[in-house]
Design a binder for this molecule. Sequence first.
Ligand code: ZN
Length: 147
Amino acid sequence: MKPLWHYTCGHRAADLHEDGYLRPGLEVSPPGARYLAKLNPILNAIGHVGWVTDLDDLCVYNGHKVGIAPPELISCDRTMFRFRVLEPRGILPWMMVAPWWGPVAEILEQAVPGFEPVHVFVATRPVPVEFSPHHAGQTIPVNQHAG
Ligand SMILES: [Zn+2]
């Protein structure tokens, strides 16, 4: 199986690094979501998965492939920090779960132009991850919640 990755912004990176697990339900930003949830509350229902991809080169310019809304719609760069999935158990392809979600999945697929469902996976239970920087010299920010 190809390596799988989780991306997040500076607000979440320190906590994720410290915890070492991507936990479904704590991942507050499904594809395009923070903004989509305002449009359609039903989208909150699918917040209880962790979002993962097989793309190892996400950035603000191609985040739309996994449903991350373009920079002008969200306030932070959710492709900033990359984590590698260490143990892929409990991770399912979007193509498998989308039929279960029916119209919700369709809404998500159409919400962000350029979404490529084949590159999207969801974690249905906590999966261990480790920081794997894709920007040279990058380090995890100081945990603002520590202490
Ligand atoms: Zn953020």
